[in-house]
Design a protein around this ligand. Structure first.
Ligand code: MN
Length: 448
């Protein structure tokens, strides 16, 4: 700990040991929870609660990291990375430095295959998913949903790791929303084309840095290398019976995606807080469950802050780097009001007229789901919606500063998107006009 901040690297080093698997890998999920507890940030609920609506309801109401000791008799944590402050602490940087930290990491860290794992403390082959505190979150949800499961898959020498929402449709079956053209979707498509099942392992409760890393769009198969680079230490992986290599975690579900079987998936509340509709999606069969003794299940509240940050923050460095190719970029935020996904504010140090519009095009290219973007100058606080609105109010002339781009690919999560997945993107150049830049200067009180 330094300055009362939680420092992942510092405590990892403290817990280094000569075990066959390093404590820093196996314990970091629990250590992260311990750190939240010792800094007074963790709410603990000891009385029994139901996985059906009750636990998610309490998590939604509290809006802070919350450990349930008894969800249908099992432990569960929610809102684990529920704010930019927690993320910043995890990366040991100030809040406005998260992007720079993320933007400067390449996916070239080290992974290490180990033979044993504490995840194997308990192995169950008589699979019954109802024994896990998998939650049903909202009134009209189709079923209980695993929301923080990292789906690791491999086909033809190519692996992938990413989080997908997984609907419980039987005691050993899940319907998985595989969004095209994401990597899991493609691996399943390739395997199915050859009539083959896709082996998968679903990881719950890994080191939060690893979980965060798998939400990042990195080159194919580089998620764990990215996690290792992000964390500054090798990521240990152990092999499941079906050949899939996974990091140490609280719970691992082993199985495969069926070649042809599909099931109704949905309705489910996604990032916009509205119901995503029912689709036919591939079915995952679970053949084995491994977990630690007294495992802590990780649930992400749909449309909650943790969900929004996990979805959005990984795109901020992508936008940051893309805008950096066309002008001097200072910062980027996917705003909470825009579901941390559909709206961005991009801050630039404008050098020449037109930079704002170039920044708009770069931002849209970097994050295809982005719908509206506002480009502002350095004197605007991008974390303050009022300040951003001030920029729009005083620096925008509608007929020359707004770019409307119809017929482009949008987000499937946008309720206003077209059925074919296209949308209309709007970019607002709210930067000062350089020719009369002095007209836009914000008055200051004289400094003593
Ligand atoms: Mn991937």
């Amino acid at each position: 700990m330094s300055n009362g901040r939680f420092d992942l690297h510092e405590y990892n080093n403290k817990y280094l040991s000569p075990h066959p698997f390093s404590i820093k890998d196996t314990m970091s999920f629990r250590n992260f929870i311990d750190q939240l507890r010792s800094t007074g940030k963790l709410i603990e609920i000891t009385h029994p609660v139901s996985s059906k609506f009750e636990a998610p309801g309490i998590a939604k109401e509290k809006g802070a990291p919350i450990l349930f000791h008894d969800v249908d008799g099992k432990k569960a944590i929610m809102n684990l990375l529920g704010s930019r402050d927690e993320l910043a602490a995890m990366f040991s940087v100030p809040k406005d430095g998260i992007i720079e930290r993320l933007a400067n990491v390449s996916p070239d860290g080290e992974t290490k295959i180990v033979s044993d794992s504490p995840t194997k403390e308990v192995i169950e082959t008589d699979v019954d998913l109802t024994k896990l505190p998998i939650m049903k979150h909202f009134e009209r949800d189709g079923s209980a949903y695993i929301t923080a499961g990292i789906v690791v898959s491999e086909y033809d020498g190519t692996m992938n790791a990413s989080i997908h929402r997984l609907m419980v449709i039987g005691k050993d079956k899940l319907a998985a929303r595989l969004v095209p053209p994401r990597h899991t979707y493609l691996l399943h498509k390739n395997a199915a084309a050859k009539g083959e099942q896709l082996p998968v392992a679903i990881v719950l409760g890994a080191d939060p840095t690893i979980t965060f890393a798998t939400t990042t769009r990195v080159p194919v198969g580089k998620e764990f290398e990215y996690a290792a680079a992000l964390r500054g230490s090798p990521v240990e992986l152990f092999e499941c019976d079906n050949g899939i290599k996974v990091p140490h975690a609280e719970i691992v579900l082993e199985g495969y995606i069926d070649v042809e079987e599909v099931a109704d998936e949905g309705p489910f509340v996604d990032i916009t807080g509205t119901y995503d509709h029912v689709r036919k999606e591939p079915v995952i069969h679970i053949t084995k469950i491994m977990h630690r003794k007294d495992p802590i299940y990780h649930g992400i509240l749909p449309a909650g802050a943790e969900h929004l940050l996990m979805m959005g923050v990984p795109y901020e460095p992508k936008i940051y780097n893309a805008v950096g190719e066309v002008t001097t970029v200072k910062n980027v935020v996917l705003t909470e009001g825009g579901c941390c996904y559909l709206h961005a504010v991009v801050q630039i140090d404008k050098q020449t007229e037109g930079d704002g519009k170039n920044a708009i095009m770069a931002a849209f290219a970097a994050h295809t789901s982005l719908k509206h973007v506002v480009v502002v100058d350095e004197d605007i606080d991008i974390f303050n919606p009022n300040d951003v609105e001030f920029a729009i109010a005083t620096r925008v002339k509608g007929d020359s500063d707004i770019m409307i781009i119809p017929g482009v690919r949008g987000s499937s999560l946008d309720p206003r998107g077209a059925p074919d997945g296209t949308s209309t993107k709007v970019g607002i150049d709210a930067t000062k006009v350089l020719a009369n830049v002095e007209d836009f200067e914000r008055a200051k009180m004289p400094q003593e």
